[in-house]
Design a protein around this ligand. Structure first.
Ligand code: NAP
Length: 277
């Protein structure tokens, strides 16, 4: 990264991961600042990463080129209204908050300025905490090509970053990768339970399920071949895998996944409507 100055507003789990990822990419600690109300959180981050921490949000963003809004959605409006008159206008604002639209952010951050701020809205997911995340990113028209690159590098520090053409797609990203880790946890949980019913001890069943998920995900992500074809290749006619897959299909597995994701997408849109204005 061409060493821009980055300020994090809210220094919780997600901000800490992003900061760790940026430092690992070679961004100097002197170019990263963060603000958080928690005294212990500030001392911990300062001790761990050597970045400057502030109790006051406007002080943290004073010289920033990129302002990362990493607070919970419920406090975002108050945080933005407080920051608005301290923004100079050239900054890229990156929001990782679930359910807060670019229009709401622009509205709260605009203050008396004639032009709207450059905003990138992202939906990361929990594995970002291990730098194994995947994020969907949407940029408003005010975001320059260089700022897009900055946002991509920022989220790229904790995993894969993929651009979206329309902001509405964030709800679909939320339903897929945002909530998705829990779907895989559910499958691991169910496979572990079924494994114990088949005679394995719980710990062995859990480790077999976890590492099968890990191995299968790596095969799917690293292969040029799509997941459906990988599945067909490991499903011999009349074999054990086919017996299980038939059972899944008879129970309407694909339709169930579709319904579950539609429910998540709808809930994401509902929450966004409640949080915005
Ligand atoms: N974690 C995920 O997997 C994930 C995935 C997708 C999106 N996100 C989004 O990422 C954002 C942050 O999530 P997180 O998991 O990192 O939450 P978090 O750990 O709770 O971090 C938020 C931090 O902001 C601090 N804060 C509260 N009020 C503040 C204020 N007025 N000014 C500055 N800082 C303030 C909190 O301090 P206190 O604890 O003292 O209140 C906390 O340290 C959320 O909007 C969430 O929707 C998270």
């Amino acid at each position: 990264m061409n060493s821009p100055r980055i300020a994090f507003v809210g220094a919780g789990n997600m901000a800490t991961s992003l900061i760790g990822g940026l430092l690992a990419q070679g961004v100097p600690a002197s170019h990263i600042r963060a603000s958080d109300p928690g005294v212990e959180q500030r001392s911990r981050l300062n001790a761990e990463h050597g970045i400057e921490l502030f109790a006051d949000n406007p002080a943290a963003i004073a010289e920033a080129d990129v302002v990362v809004l990493a607070v919970k959605p419920q406090v975002m409006k108050a945080v933005c209204l407080d920051l608005a008159r301290h923004l100079k206008g050239h900054e890229l604002v990156v929001s990782i908050a679930a359910g807060i639209s670019c229009a709401s952010l622009a509205n709260w951050l605009r203050a008396e300025r004639p032009t709207a701020p450059a905003i990138v809205r992202c939906m990361p997911n929990t594995p970002a905490l291990l730098r194994q995340g995947v994020s969907g990113l949407f940029a408003t028209p005010e975001v320059s090509a260089a700022q897009r690159q900055l946002a991509e590098q920022l989220l790229g520090a904790v995993g894969l970053a993929l651009w979206l053409d329309e902001e509405q797609q964030i709800d679909a990203v939320t339903a897929l990768s945002g909530s998705g880790p829990a779907y895989f946890f559910l499958l691991i949980e169910a496979m572990t339970q079924a494994g114990t019913q088949l005679g394995l001890d719980a710990q062995t069943a859990a480790r077999l399920a976890q590492h099968t998920a890990l191995g299968a995900a790596r095969m799917a992500a690293e292969s040029q071949v799509e997941a459906g074809e990988l599945r067909r290749r490991v499903t011999s006619p009349n074999g054990t895998t086919e017996a299980a897959i038939r059972c899944f299909q008879a129970g309407g597995f694909s339709e169930l996944v579709q319904q579950a994701m539609q429910a998540a997408q709808q809930r994401s849109a509902e929450l966004a409507a409640q949080l915005g204005d």
